[in-house]
Design a protein around this ligand. Structure first.
Ligand SMILES: [Mg+2]
Length: 264
């Protein structure tokens, strides 16, 4: 189905800016939602079109997902120069160490690491799993009173800092530094690139964070240049809507054509 004329016009205007960031969610935007999350695959033409876009001058393409970075890379098949942003903005392939954390969050993670080293010495047998923005303490295998004590000690580490998020579980406690969110990730990436305009497409509540960040850009002239697209139904702050993954690919094809004409 052809795109509505207002959207075609908006895509043409967007394509004419000097430096642009074209970002999209993965599941439900490029890849249909499926029962087994590891069997999700982009619809036909999606990655080819995005790869061709990413090869154009002044054009950065990014996939922004709640998934961890590595499965996102594997399932999308995306390769450089496409930027991969995973874990709702916590991980980024554009960062040398793969992480989008503030200096404060990095400092907090180091602090947590030291505290967990001490905890592991106090409670031999405790295992510490490293995640991009946190640590998970596992006590499975420890004798009962010792395991429980270790869990309590790990939970108490949540008091190290108010922005530590503590999630207790069965013989496990997760301690994470603050959540980044798709909006903050998008704004951060756009700033690093010096993007004049950002396009963001997505299908879910976490993508609304991205749409809101674009709509609320304090530079109001730049805010007017951003293009936000909700995929499928549901209440949204996005300026435009497409029906499904296939229609989003149609939009990217129209953008590729217009952008190729504008920059080459
Ligand atoms: Mg999604």
């Amino acid at each position: 189905m052809p795109l509505p004329p207002e959207l075609t016009d908006a895509v043409a205007r967007f394509a004419a800016h000097r430096e642009v960031l074209v970002a999209t969610d993965f599941d439900g935007a490029l890849a249909p939602l499926v029962l087994d999350p590891m069997s999700a695959r982009p619809v036909e033409g999606a990655m080819e079109t995005l790869t061709a876009l990413s090869d154009l001058p002044g054009t950065t393409v990014a996939l922004v997902s709640g998934r961890a970075l590595e499965p996102l890379r594997e399932l999308s098949g995306a390769d450089d120069p496409i930027v991969l942003v995973g874990s709702h903005g916590v991980e980024s392939s554009a960062r040398p160490d793969g992480l989008v954390l503030t200096d404060e969050q990095r400092g907090l993670l180091d602090h947590l690491e030291e505290a967990l080293d001490r905890l592991s010495e106090d409670y031999p047998g405790v295992r510490v799993e490293r995640k991009p923005a946190g640590r998970v303490v596992h006590t499975r295998g420890l004798s009962r009173p010792l395991g429980e004590e270790a869990l309590e000690a790990a939970e108490a580490l949540g008091e190290l800092h108010t922005s530590l998020v503590v999630t207790p579980g069965k013989e496990v406690v997760e301690l994470a530094v603050a959540h980044v969110g798709k909006g903050a990730a998008l704004v951060g990436l756009a700033r690093e690139l010096g993007a004049d305009a950002v396009l963001y497409a997505g299908d879910d509540v976490t993508d609304e964070d991205g749409f809101a960040a674009l709509a609320d850009d304090p530079d109001t002239e730049r805010a007017a240049r951003h293009l936000s697209v909700r995929v499928g139904d549901g209440q949204t702050r996005a300026r435009f809507r497409v029906a499904d993954e296939h229609e989003l690919v149609e939009l990217f094809r129209a953008l590729l054509e217009a952008r190729a004409g504008a920059v080459t």
